[in-house]
Design a protein around this ligand. Sequence first.
Ligand SMILES: O=C(O)CCC(=O)C(=O)O
Length: 334
Amino acid sequence: MASRVSPPERRFKVLTPAQKDQFHEEGYLLVEDLLDPVRDLQPVLDEYAEILDGIAADLHRKGLLRSTHAGLPLVERLIAVCSESGRNFPQHFDFSLPQKDIRHDTPIHLGPAVFHTLANARLLDLVEDLIGPEIFSNPVQHIRFKLPERAIDKSSPSGLVSRIPWHQDNGVVMPEADEATILTVWLPLNPATVRNGCLQVVPRSHRQGITDHCPTSVGLMIPDRLVPLDRAVAVPMRPGSALLMDQRTMHSSLDNLTDDEIRISMDLRYQPVGQPSGRPAFAPAGFVARSAARPESVLRDPAVWAARWLEVRERLAEDNPVFNRWSADATACA
Ligand SMILES: O=C(O)CCC(=O)C(=O)O
């Protein structure tokens, strides 16, 4: 019987040569209006509205909420649920695992709408423009619901709900990926503004290698004195736009200074097939997202992706892998 091989993808160029040059020169590139917010992003928000529904019902049952706040739109409802319960739920929403204390029942959201965003054809066309036709979806990936200050649970800090300090993505993974090419694609699902905590980048900082990072409660941080802060540029964005970053570009996010907005974003990473992911503990959950050479290797089934993450969780609940190379005792952190 003939083997069933998927037809080759139709591919469209997204970037002009000038945009590619700009990316390589500056270490970042804003690509406006890449995706359609209604067609491409709303299904993800709908999936998260369902997750929140389950969280609210559970808290209400336990007597931790007076009402489930049903009927409120996603942002208003999440703020109401977090501020009234005094709790945040970053891990219930995230589509990756935490870097410590992984249990057999650690929450993780592995819905089809999230998978279809990771594998979005237009997004992959863009990625292909920079890294070529053999594309691996790196498992270092997150959704962040950046809450207003009043809704943050200060007893349980998380970089998924609060400001992220200066860092390079290359610094956040293990040295095995120092020579790899890992492209970060940052996607806001609603408007990212200077007031609600958009990203800021240091142009051309990708040219200087990896700077020392220090562990903090919300993730790894380059001490401010090692960051050329005078060159930092804030990058407000519309939903549907994409910010591309080199793995060595220094970036951080601003505080959410609003009272009633949540900045919602996905940060995704892609690299050429066959390179080390930088997070070996999660590597089996990465997948071939596009391949001209071996189209049959492309993962198309969200259920298989979800099952791989659950297998990784099973294994890591028994294991205690090392996730980072930096120590708080380093001279740079004093
Ligand atoms: O979304 C944020 O606030 C920070 C994201 C980030 O730093 C990253 O994707 O590496």
